[in-house]
Design a protein around this ligand. Sequence first.
Ligand code: ADP
Ligand code: MG
Length: 363
Amino acid sequence: MRIGIVGGGQLGRMLAQAGAPLDLRFTFLDPGSEPCAAAHGEHLQADWQDPAALAALTANCDAITFEFENVPAEAVARLAEQRPAFPPAQALSTARDRWLEKSLFRELDIAVPPIARIDSQADLDAAVAEIGLPAVVKTRTLGYDGKGQKVMREPADVSGTFAELGGVPLILEGFIDFDHEISVIAVRARDGEIRHWPVVRNAHRQGILHCSVPQVAHPLQAQAEDYASRVMRELDYVGVMAFEFFVTDAGLLANEIAPRVHNSGHWSIEGAVTSQFENHVRAVAGLPLGETARLAPCAMLNVIGAFPERDAVLAVPGTRWHDYGKAPRPGRKIGHITVLAADDETLAERVAAVEALLVNDLG
Ligand SMILES: Nc1ncnc2c1ncn2[C@@H]1O[C@H](COP(=O)(O)OP(=O)(O)O)[C@@H](O)[C@H]1O
Ligand SMILES: [Mg+2]
């Protein structure tokens, strides 16, 4: 069986690595000349909308999936006409637009921060007057790793902000003074079965994920699972979905979903019975889902912009090295390191040892 993946970045690469033992083959559609996933499958070099490339993808593949959400809706529709394509088009179009996404959460009775839809500076001024400062303003589409966002703390920060962010549709959110951030990774099979991994505690630096630690028995595990299940059922979702939350005194506030495998689930490659990548390809291929239990205390640290000395990291017990084969650039995710241990105390020591070696360049 051959799976077509729209996108050829590290997520596609790790999907292919996970599918190999199941003898699944992969074709990547990506406009780049040497996308990092191409080391693990066929590469169709073309634009996302190229009709000939989309036709070639469906001709060669038995099922289609996506490694990112910014695929043009027409391309998704074209693919889904020819082959099973997961997740469904509506999931991609909802997740790529922060306003549609948060509106869906509200419809499903999932608590969100105070929000307002912004189409002009006048909208922004009025919404700030209502929601108050501090507040965060974000482009509705195309933001990632904290890009396309601005935190406004004082009235002077508000003026000119609509133009500063490009004059595009925005969402305003009240700034949440959260205790910490968590995400839950969930997977839904073609037959509707849903499984969740243990929730992950995430720490960001400059808006980019720095560290993820799966939590066993987090008090909000059940609520996070319930919210993820509601969204996946509503969207008739198939595949892996990530759901990010702020943990506050009042419980969970929903931040965003990603309609794909997610950086905060990379620990599952070594740390879970079945990784997010394997369960995603299983779901897309129509295979039974695997167990999602955590195997051992573990953590994932991102490698951003520059690699630490590899052999020094490998010399720390319990570490596993992931080099995505990408050229280092400031702010670019080029790899990650998983750290495993038999107990939490040893894990903390090993994570500290790896952190001391990191030379991340966040840009
Ligand atoms: N309303 C908010 N209040 C406080 N912090 C926020 C808010 N929105 C985003 N952040 C911070 O910025 C990070 C990135 O924002 P997010 O909306 O998740 O965008 P991205 O698509 O870049 O991940 C979040 O993980 C969180 O740390
Ligand atoms: Mg996020």
